[in-house]
Ligand binder design. Structure first.
Ligand code: AHR
Length: 512
């Protein structure tokens, strides 16, 4: 009898601890109203290292298969991933860039020094026409960043006219002379980049006045994006919004930059691949700050723009680690591991959940720089774990956010903790999609998904994970991290239970 009692007690404890360990996600499908802008899945390409030259553009005479100088393999991969928008030409490079250097016959274009990124020669062979041609090839909208720091209002005004106007003017005539009859449909224009730093070391008061001047003289039906703060510089957001947002028509968006960086001794940012659980935890812990930043900046924006007319544009985000050994420190070339996949998944879930204010985000940077989706080496190409997250999450593009309530435990490490599970959900064309991140590198997590009133009959899944927490894809090797099928049971009425493997990004889709 005593033995039976103790066995029952053990069973009860086991049952309680299993129930207790479970996370629960309740989806409120009846409360959907906010569209998730596809542009949250945007990218950024700067004249930096081998992002443009070598990554996107190899020139028409290259042995690497290309269309008008643009790599075939890269075009195919980006279209497959569904890239909605691409920001160019910087970054810090933007506030040193004079666009007229990059138009006309290539042999006549001047060479300049790329002072921000390794002092290398920039021959301007990739300019406005090439960028816009490339955007058309990959079916992406263009987002052009204007030079405020070292440019003039006239230069900015003429660039917009050259690209977008269909009227008769010196700029449109010049465009036609350079081979483009019709204007391009470019809606997004950034006015300055990091003008609190590399874009001129300005105060927010000074920048806000300059912004209004530049915005006044850039004509057309444009979506103009002001330079916003770095991370938690709430004063910058407050001043620029206060001085600018109420000038109806002058500002449609304001940017936010936040990199996930841990600077240790002597500028050591940690390695992109050879790391352990400590670095895994620290990176995820830090990247989750995005939630606080987006929430607090949105609250400030609400003060001046309660109707949420102005978009928060997170146009630089991602991991920033040490460059790979032996590479140019000014080129910011880093590998990309399963940890990057988790960072991408977590941030994209945050942006989805704040889709009422976040209207665009651009991971830095698209190819061969920082947290890239693609790495290239001569004629070879690697799709990184981050690439696969963007591909998997493309189901959320222009879908409607499904508000959710997530109850989950903590993954703790050396006295600090992060949520074990993080998620976002949306619905489109009758398909309900939920993306989960299991941040715990050691334990799987049972999640009960509850959809009150659900009539979904089937569910399917996909997963991105690896054997080791620092697995990555490399040139000439079999891919270690990619999208795999993930089998799930049939929903039981309103409920479905899924077991998320440790260190994984998972998509579950419900259909009727
Ligand atoms: O993405 C690299 C650099 O980071 C960008 O040029 C700049 O805007 C930011 O500081």
């Amino acid at each position: 009898m005593v033995k039976l009692k103790s066995q029952l007690t053990i069973l009860l404890v086991l049952f309680i601890s299993i129930s207790y360990a479970q996370s629960k996600l309740t989806l409120h499908t009846e409360q959907t109203e906010t569209k998730i802008s596809k542009d949250i899945y945007g990218h950024f390409a700067e004249h930096l290292g081998h992002c443009i030259y070598g990554g996107i553009y190899v020139g028409e005479d290259s042995d690497i298969p290309n269309i008008r100088g643009f790599r075939d393999d890269v075009i195919g991969a980006l279209k497959d991933m569904k890239i909605p928008v691409l920001r160019w030409p910087g970054g810090c490079f933007a506030d040193t860039y004079h666009w007229k250097d990059g138009i006309g016959p290539r042999e006549n274009r001047p060479s300049i020094v790329n002072v921000n990124w390794g002092n290398v020669t920039e021959d301007n062979s990739f300019g406005t026409h090439e960028f816009l041609d490339f955007c058309e090839l990959i079916d992406a909208d263009a987002y052009i960043n204007i030079n405020v720091g070292s440019g003039t209002v006239q230069e900015a005004s003429e660039w917009v006219e050259y690209v977008t106007s269909s009227n008769l003017s010196p700029m449109t005539e010049l465009r036609k002379k350079n081979g483009r009859e019709k204007p391009w449909d470019v809606k997004y224009w950034g006015i300055g980049n990091e003008n609190w730093g590399c874009g001129g070391n300005m105060t927010p008061e000074y920048y806000a006045d300059l912004y209004k001047q530049f915005a006044t003289f850039t004509h057309g039906n444009l979506y103009k994006i002001a330079c916003g703060p770095s991370e938690g510089d709430y004063n910058w957001m407050d001043v620029v919004m206060q001085k600018t947002a109420r000038n109806w028509g002058l500002m449609q968006g304001i940017s936010l930059h936040k990199y996930t960086i841990q600077t240790r001794n002597w500028g050591d940012k940690g390695n992109a691949t050879g790391f352990g659980e400590k670095e895994w935890f620290e990176t995820l812990h830090e990247t989750l700050d995005m939630e606080t930043l987006v929430t607090r900046h949105s609250t400030i924006m609400d003060r001046y723009d309660p109707g949420k007319r102005v978009g928060l544009i997170v146009d630089e985000w991602g991991n920033w680690f040490n460059v790979e050994p032996g590479t140019n420190p000014g080129f910011l070339y880093q590998q990309n591991s399963l940890r990057d996949a988790l960072v991408a998944g977590v941030n994209l879930n945050i942006f989805n959940n704040h889709a009422d204010r976040v209207k665009m985000a651009n991971i830095a940077q698209m190819i061969n720089v920082l947290q890239s989706v693609i790495l290239t080496k001569e004629d070879e190409m690697v799709l990184t774990p981050t690439y696969y997250v963007f591909k998997m999450y493309s189901v959320h593009q222009d879908a409607t956010l499904v508000p959710a309530n997530l109850e989950t435990g903590k993954y703790s490490y050396e006295g600090k903790s992060v949520p074990k599970v993080q998620a976002s959900s949306s619905v489109k064309d009758g398909v309900l999609s939920v993306t989960f991140c299991n941040l715990d590198p050691n334990n799987s997590e049972q999640v009960e998904i509850v959809i009150p009133g659900s009539e979904y009959k089937t569910a399917s899944g996909q997963i991105i994970t690896g054997e080791k927490l620092n697995d990555y894809n490399d040139f000439g090797k079999t891919e270690a991290v990619s999208i795999k099928d993930f089998s799930v049971a049939k929903p039981k009425g309103e409920k479905l239970s899924v077991n998320l493997p440790s260190k994984s990004v998972v998509l579950i889709q419900f259909k009727n």
